[in-house]
Design a protein around this ligand. Structure first.
Ligand code: SAJ
Length: 420
C-alpha cells in the first residue's frame, strides 16, 4: 500500500481533522504535537478543540488503532505540516513553527518520503522549507537540487475548510496541489485521494501558496466593501441591509454582509502576508484590512453616542445605565471567541462604561478572563429586561429568533441587521 504510514505535524483545527480523515480510511496515522495535553486527550479517543463531528471520527480512529498521537516524530511515508503561521507585531509572517516542524521531521526522513506544507504561508515558503530540510539532511536530495529525481518530494497543499463545517469541507472541497515538481504534485494528489471526494487541482508551490492567500484576501476585501457601505449608509441615513438586498438583485452584484469587524485566525491575518511581501502593489488589500480593523472602533463610537442620547433623554446618571452586548463569538452559531471583534467591542465598552455591561453569549458558560470583572454574563431574557442600550454583535440563530415584540428599547446599535 502506498502511504501506509502518514504523520501529521500539528494537531490543531486543521491537523487533527486531517489526521482523523486519513485514519478513517484505515491508514496508520501518527499525529505529532508539542502540546502534551492535546496528545494525551487524543490518545484517550477524545478531542481538545471544538468542531462538529470531529469527536466521533477521532474516537473511532483511536479505538480502531489507526490514529495515535505523540510528542516525538516518527518515520513515515508522508508528512503533513499543519502548524500555525501567525504574524509578528509589524504584520510580518512568523515562520518559526514551520521551521521547528521541519527541524523535527528532518532526522526521521527516509528516501522516498513526501513532505507537504499545509499551513498558510507567504510565497516561497515551500522552497524555503525544502532548503531547511536539505541543510539538515545532506545525505538526501530535494526537488530544488535534483528536480524530478529527488529522494524527497515536497509540495504545498493549502487547507480551505470553513470552521464549523470542517469534517464535510475537508472531504468535499477541491484541493489545490502545488508540487515543487510535477512528480511531487502527482504523489501529493495520490495522498489526498485517500479521503478526498473533491478534485485535486494541480499547480506549482508558489501559485498554490498565493492561491490560499488570495482566497482569504478576496473575502476580506469584499467584507470591507460591505463594512465601508455601512459607514456611508449611516452618514446618509440609509438602511444598509435594504440597500445590499436591493443591489444584490442585479445579476452581477453579490455584496457580502457588514458586521462589527472581521475575526477568526484566517481572514484577518492572511491578507497581511501579501501586504508584507508586496507593500508597493498591495494597496487595496491593505486598505481592506484597515477598513475591517477600524470597524469595531466605529461601533464603539456609535454605542457611546447612543448612551449620550439615552442620558440626555432620560436624565439618568451614566452609572444607572445598562448596556447589553449580544454575542461574543467571531461569527454566528459557534463558541469560538478567538480574534473576535464582538469581544473587542464588549471589552472596550465595559472598560469605558461606568454602569453595568451585560454580555449575552448562549454558546459559553463562563466569561473569558479578559471580560470578567468588567462585565456580567446574562441570558437573552435578562438582557432584554434590564438593558437601556442594546448592541447586536453576532447574528446567532437564537438572537434572530427573538420576537420583535420583546425588544422595547429605544437605543439599539445593530451591527448585523437582526433588529432592522
Ligand atoms: N464576515 C462578515 N461578513 C460576511 C462574511 C463573514 O463580516 O459576509 C465575518 C465573520 O463574521 C467573521 C469573519 O468575517 O468575523 C470570517 O468569517 P468567515 O466565515 O468568512 O471565514 P472563516 O475565518 O471562518 O474561514 C475562512 C474561509 N475562507 C473563505 O471563505 C475564503 C475558509 O474557507 C478558510 O479555510 C479559512 O478562512 C482558513 O482557515 O483560512
Amino acid at each position: 500500500m502506498s502511504f501506509a504510514t502518514i504523520s501529521v505535524i500539528g494537531l490543531g483545527y486543521i491537523g487533527l481533522p486531517t489526521a482523523a480523515a486519513f485514519a478513517s480510511k484505515q491508514r496508520n496515522v501518527v499525529g505529532i504535537d508539542i502540546n502534551q495535553h492535546a496528545v494525551d486527550t487524543i490518545n484517550r479517543g477524545a478531542i481538545h478543540i471544538v468542531e462538529p463531528d470531529l469527536d466521533k471520527v477521532v474516537k473511532t480512529a483511536v479505538e480502531g488503532g489507526f490514529l495515535r498521537a505523540s510528542t516525538l516524530p516518527v518515520e513515515a511515508d508522508a508528512f503533513l505540516i499543519a502548524v500555525p503561521t501567525p504574524f509578528k507585531g509589524d504584520h510580518e509572517p512568523d515562520m518559526v513553527f514551520v521551521k521547528a516542524a521541519a527541524e523535527s521531521i528532518a532526522p526521521v526522513l527516509k528516501k522516498g518520503a513526501l513532505v507537504i506544507l499545509e499551513s498558510t504561508s507567504p510565497v516561497g515558503s515551500t522552497e524555503q522549507m525544502a532548503g531547511w530540510l536539505a541543510d539538515l539532511r545532506p545525505d538526501l536530495t530535494f526537488p530544488h537540487q535534483a528536480g524530478e529525481a529527488a529522494d524527497i518530494n515536497v509540495a504545498y497543499c493549502p487547507e480551505r475548510v470553513l470552521p464549523g463545517q470542517v469534517m464535510v469541507e475537508l472531504i468535499k472541497n477541491d484541493r489545490v496541489i502545488g508540487g515543487m515538481t510535477p512528480v511531487c504534485s502527482v504523489r501529493a494528489s495520490e495522498l489526498y485521494k485517500i479521503f478526498l471526494e473533491g478534485e485535486c487541482v494541480v499547480t506549482n508551490s508558489r501559485t498554490a501558496e498565493m492561491c490560499k492567500l488570495t482566497e482569504n484576501s478576496f473575502r476580506d476585501v469584499n467584507i470591507a466593501f460591505a463594512n465601508e457601505l455601512s459607514l456611508i449608509c449611516a452618514a446618509q441615513e440609509i438602511n444598509v441591509w435594504e440597500l445590499i438586498r436591493l443591489a444584490n438583485r442585479h445579476p452581477r452584484v453579490n455584496i457580502l454582509q457588514p458586521g462589527p469587524g472581521v475575526g477568526g485566525h484566517c481572514i484577518a491575518v492572511d491578507p497581511w502576508f501579501i501586504v508584507a511581501q508586496n507593500p508597493e502593489q498591495a494597496q487595496l488589500i491593505r486598505t481592506a484590512r484597515e477598513v475591517n480593523d477600524g470597524k469595531p472602533h466605529w461601533v464603539v463610537n456609535q454605542v457611546k453616542a447612543a448612551v449620550a442620547d439615552c442620558l440626555a433623554e432620560t436624565g439618568k446618571r451614566s452609572s444607572e445605565i445598562t448596556i447589553a452586548c449580544f454575542g461574543l463569538a467571531f461569527k454566528p452559531n459557534i463558541d469560538d471567541l478567538r480574534e473576535s471583534p464582538a469581544m473587542e467591542i464588549t471589552q472596550l465598552l465595559s472598560s469605558w462604561h461606568s454602569g453595568t455591561t451585560l454580555a449575552v453569549e448562549p454558546n459559553i458558560h463562563e466569561l473569558p478572563k479578559k471580560l470578567s470583572g468588567h462585565c456580567e454574563l446574562a441570558t437573552t431574557e435578562e438582557a432584554l429586561e434590564q438593558a437601556d442600550v442594546l448592541v447586536m454583535l453576532v447574528d446567532h440563530q437564537s438572537f434572530k429568533a427573538i420576537p420583535g415584540t420583546q425588544v422595547q428599547q429605544r437605543w439599539i446599535v445593530d451591527t448585523k441587521g437582526v433588529w432592522r
